[in-house]
Design a protein around this ligand. Structure first.
Ligand SMILES: [Zn+2]
Length: 434
């Protein structure tokens, strides 16, 4: 038997995973779950498939602990967003290896981390890895849509499969150079996604006689403007404070936070800007379906992101103040996420010690995500300390940000290999975690 490097092993597995089309919808994540199961079982890792419907399985693999120590969950999702082959230089499902990069939909988000996690646990199993607590790898369905087939369902129906004290997921790991210094960001918190709808009522009529009707679309226009101009009272939460302290050397007043960060590097300002308060983005509008009918109803959907620690009720009151004097119906569409794990935790030391090992001059900084990931399910259900961290330094963060959910998505093999190293490091720390 020939032995191949972990780098090649991860690359080969990632190529396989990309070639299995798991665009969600419809998902078909069982294709990936089955492939991972055969790979992991061949390496001596016990696996279980959990599926709400047969074609959308979640895979959970485990190296059981030999004591009653804390458990660590390597979390990932196996579905991807769609890809339009016409926009791509290569077939999005080719998994082609070219110039040290694996190409294809999901390479960054997040089949790369799926493959790296699988190779980490498989290689550790081959080496006879033992820890006091369980090392768990979960490759879940349905993160991109969140229709209840993935981690949400697992946490509700099979909580023992994924219960863990610590979790490493997607959502961080970028290496940023700001003001001449290198920082690796580790996401420890996420804003809540809480879209709402505003409905304005009027009276319909023939469009040729506007005076006879009460046009709901026209009445909605000033509301859209006010919503779009909303600026929340800025505040600096614990994650942003730690980020600013590291990057600027001080924690500026909330009003000065963006300009202080921007003075170090424009990117730092862009990062901080949406993290100081609730943001509102009106994104959808629905009124008349016919050109010649004046609408009696106009519905505006607003994408709203709320800081952790704040509630939908508080935001609803702010919207009421903003739209004071107008008559409308208000309705929440949903409220997901908005959770945080402490920055000061034993898992933080694990991430920091890895960065210190691979790049001693670099600093690890926490980040609040403006979007959200599956991490909130385990934070809410089990109080898990969950961080987003998958280190990337070969690919520039601006390049990666442009490729995620977009054409020509690809990952550097150097980053894939670094990811395997980090996940093995994190698993190795299980023996010393409290
Ligand atoms: Zn993702």
């Amino acid at each position: 038997m020939t032995t191949i490097s972990l780098r090649d092993e991860a690359a080969g597995l990632l190529q396989d995973l990309i070639r299995l089309d798991t665009v969600n919808p419809p998902g078909n994540e069982t294709l990936v779950a089955e492939h991972l199961r055969s790979y992991l079982e061949a390496n001596g890792v016990a696996c279980e498939l959990y599926a709400k419907v047969p074609e959308r399985a979640n895979l959970v693999a485990r190296i059981p602990g030999v004591g009653d120590g804390p458990r660590m969950l390597l979390l990932s999702h196996t579905d991807t967003v769609l890809a339009d082959p016409g926009e791509w230089q290569l077939d999005p499902w080719s998994g082609e290896l070219r110039d040290g990069q694996v190409w294809g939909r999901g390479a960054l988000d997040m089949k790369g981390q799926v493959a790296a996690s699988a190779v980490a646990i498989a290689s550790l199993a081959r080496e006879g890895f033992e820890a006091p607590g369980d090392l768990i790898f979960a490759a879940c369905a349905d993160e991109e849509v969140g229709a209840g087939f993935g981690l949400q369902w697992l946490v509700e129906e099979h909580p023992d499969a994924v219960r863990a004290e610590y979790c490493i997921n997607e959502g961080g790991g970028d290496r940023l150079v700001l003001g001449g210094r290198a920082f690796y960001v580790c996401s420890t918190a996420e804003k809540m996604s809480a879209p709402f709808r505003i409905t304005v009522h009027g009276r319909s009529g023939h469009a040729s006689r506007p005076g006879m009707a009460d046009n709901a679309l026209v009445k909605a226009a000033p509301l859209v403007e006010r919503l779009g101009a909303f600026q929340d009272e800025p505040e600096v939460g614990p994650e942003v404070a730690a980020f600013l302290q590291a990057v600027c050397g001080e924690i500026p007043q909330p009003m000065e936070a963006v300009s202080a960060a921007r003075a170090v590097h424009p990117l730092a300002g862009d990062i901080v800007e949406p993290l100081l308060g609730t943001t509102l983005s009106p994104t959808e509008i629905e009124a008349s379906k016919k050109r010649n009918v004046i609408p009696n109803r106009c519905q505006i959907t607003v994408d709203c992101r709320i800081l952790p620690g704040h509630t939908q009720n508080e935001v609803e009151a702010k919207v009421a103040g903003l739209l004071d004097g107008a008559t409308y119906d208000f309705e929440w569409v949903e409220g997901q996420g908005g959770t945080r794990s402490p920055v000061d935790s034993p898992l933080w030391d694990v991430v920091e010690s890895f960065v210190a090992e691979v790049e001693p001059e670099a600093e690890t900084v926490p980040l609040l995500l403006s979007g959200f990931t599956d991490s909130h399910w385990v934070r809410e259900a089990f109080g898990t300390v969950a961080y987003g961290f998958f280190p990337m330094r070969a690919m520039e963060p601006e390049v990666a940000a442009r490729l995620i959910h977009s054409a020509d998505e690809r990952i550097e093999l150097d980053d894939l290999e670094l990811g395997v190293r980090f996940l093995r490091h994190a698993a190795g720390a299980l023996s010393s975690l409290p």
